[in-house]
Ligand binder design. Structure first.
Ligand code: FAD
Ligand code: 2HG
Ligand code: ZN
Length: 513
């Protein structure tokens, strides 16, 4: 129900004026060449005219038509590409890439352009290879649940495709109506089902990739077990398009649960989240499928911006934060009974961990409760400009990290109308992943300088990760060392050098060469 509603709601793009720092530096990459008219002519000999969008002759695309490819979803990162290519086949991708390889032209692989770290748009004038025309399901085996699809298939459309066979995609995220399965694999997207189905490193069985010199690496196997040496596909999962362009994905889809329920729990203190998680796991055990956290401000913003129907004044009275619990199991009666027992025992305890709990009673309410959590990103973007820190830190420090950041901004005199409006925390408690969002009126150098490296140092002090699920992109390239050792970074550079010695594939992203 929830998925169907969101499927039709394509995410709007947010374009805005931004200050100096977020404009691309003037100097182009020294090791790369700009796209020329001759290049565009060559691209036009490989692709049909409708697949070549360029402001250079012989094409005549208006620059404004390229805006949606040059600007990211948040309106924070801006490229200056003159040329966007939209191939339909793997062979076409290979032919384009070969040309770029020979000419040393930079390429940015692009899926739904919903990434939150500036990885999906050019830094200068690299060619954008957008996969949206590669959108066919290649096969689905309803017995094994193995789906093989073009990389440009939208996540929601795959969900819809397999639904009649009673299967679901192993991942789900707020951007499902726009993001591509290829983009999901390239970012190793986490999302709302990771607690139950694990990461894409487990569920992706095979991929087809066009390497930076145009070679097609066909690893599109549909085998559950395959121990034949190095598992090369793992290198491309989470590589953010720096090692090649993913053109096909083979993925294991789980059977759809017979019944799903959810409940939103209001907590008087953040300190109750950990004991609550322990208790919820103990009582719900195998049917627990999500345990998601939103602090009070994130909840208020979701309600303010129409993401799901809020609870009543009475239900949220005294709540400092909320937890959304989802169950997915085999028998509705059994699951409902367990959830009701949980609620009763929580509310009836001598020292209750929650002040209230609201159980969904219909598919519409189920969706509405999910929207309160899933819709926070959308709400934040309506509220202002977001600095997003997607971190892994010990669960016990979630609140502290948010509070320390807010205090730090206050001490710098930046927490006031006209500068930073809110500092919020929400995320995937079950995965130890906190989304720390600082919402400001505008992106400014002053706020940026106050936040970095402050937050990265804070994360490192907890031995955390500076990117739990969104990736490094252009945003955190310079900060990789806060989470990776020198030895790891040196090996990553060697891998990049091995696959892409000319440095054409998504230059300036993930690692600095
Ligand atoms: P893009 O944004 O187009 O690209 C992302 C990166 O992958 C870029 O570096 C790009 O070069 C590369 N890439 C894209 N396609 C390919 C390809 N075919 N081959 C090689 N490289 C490629 N992320 C999460 O992890 N969890 C969430 O819960 C989540 N929720 C979100 C909610 C909202 C409302 C929004 C706007 C974003 C959310 N995201 C989330 C971030 C984003 O949706 C994911 O990172 C998603 O996987 C990106 O997919 P995409 O197709 O939009 O890729
Ligand atoms: C989520 O979990 C996404 O909702 C997006 O990963 C988080 O917008 C964000 O910071
Ligand atoms: Zn997330």
């Amino acid at each position: 129900m929830l998925s169907l509603l969101l499927a039709r709601r394509c995410l709007p793009r947010r374009l805005a004026c931004v200050p100096r720092r977020w404009h691309s530096a003037e100097a182009p990459f020294e090791h790369l060449n700009p796209v020329t008219e001759q290049d565009v002519q060559q691209f036009a000999s490989i692709l049909p005219p409708s697949s070549v969008l360029s402001t250079l002759p012989p094409s005549s695309t208006a620059a404004s038509e390229l805006d949606q490819y040059n600007n990211d979803w948040m309106g924070k990162y801006h490229g200056k590409s003159t040329t966007v290519l939209k191939p339909k086949t793997t062979q076409q991708v290979s032919d384009i890439v070969k040309l770029c390889w020979e000419r040393r032209v930079g390429i940015v692989p692009q899926g739904g352009n919903t990434g939150l770290v500036g990885g999906s748009v050019p830094i200068h004038d690299e060619v954008v290879v957008n996969l949206s025309n590669m959108n066919k399901v290649r096969s689905f085996d309803p017995v094994s649940g193995i789906l093989v699809a073009d990389a440009g298939c939208i996540l929601q459309s795959l969900t819809d495709y397999i639904a009649p066979h009673h299967h679901i995609m192993p991942l789900d995220l707020g951007a499902k109506g726009s993001c591509h399965i290829g983009g999901n694999v390239a970012t190793n997207a986490g999302g709302l089902r990771l607690l139950r189905y694990g990461s894409l490193h487990g569920s992706v069985l095979g991929i087809e990739v066009v390497l930076p010199d145009g070679t097609i690496l066909d690893q599109l196997t549909s085998l559950r077990k395959d121990n034949t040496g190095y598992d090369l596909k793992q290198l491309f999962i989470g590589a953010e398009g720096t090692l090649g362009i993913i053109t096909g994905v083979s993925i294991l889809t789980p059977p759809a649960p017979q019944a799903s329920n959810n409940v939103i729990l209001a907590l008087p203190h953040f300190d109750n989240v950990l004991p609550l998680y322990k208790e919820v796991k103990r009582q719900l055990s195998e049917i627990l499928s999500a345990f998601e956290f939103i602090d009070r401000t994130a909840y208020d913003l979701a309600v303010k911006h129409g993401q799901g129907r809020g609870l009543t004044e009475e239900e949220v009275d005294g709540a400092q934060c909320f937890v959304l619990v989802e169950t997915s199991g085999g028998r509705r009666d059994h699951d409902e009974e367990k959830l009701n027992d949980l609620l009763e025992s929580l509310l009836g305890a001598d020292q209750p961990l929650i002040t209230n709990g609201v159980l969904s009673q219909s598919p519409a309410q189920f969706s509405s409760l999910w929207s309160l959590r899933e819709g926070v990103t959308e709400a934040v973007s309506k509220e202002g400009k977001a600095y997003k820190y997607d971190i892994s830190v010990p669960l016990s420090t979630f609140k502290q990290v948010v509070d320390v950041t807010r205090d730090h901004l206050r001490s710098k005199g930046l927490l006031h109308d006209g500068a930073v409006k809110h500092v919020i925390g929400y995320g995937h408690v079950g995965d130890g992943n906190l989304h720390l969002n600082v919402i400001a009126e505008q992106y400014t150098d002053e706020i940026q300088d106050a936040l970095e490296p402050f937050i990265y140092e804070l994360v490192a002090s907890h031995r955390g990760s500076i990117s739990a699920e969104h990736g490094i992109g252009a945003m955190k390239t310079h900060a990789l060392h806060f989470s990776k050792s020198d030895v790891s970074i040196a090996l990553m550079k060697q891998i990049k050098q091995l696959f892409d010695p000319r440095g054409i594939m998504n230059p300036g992203k993930v690692i600095e060469l």
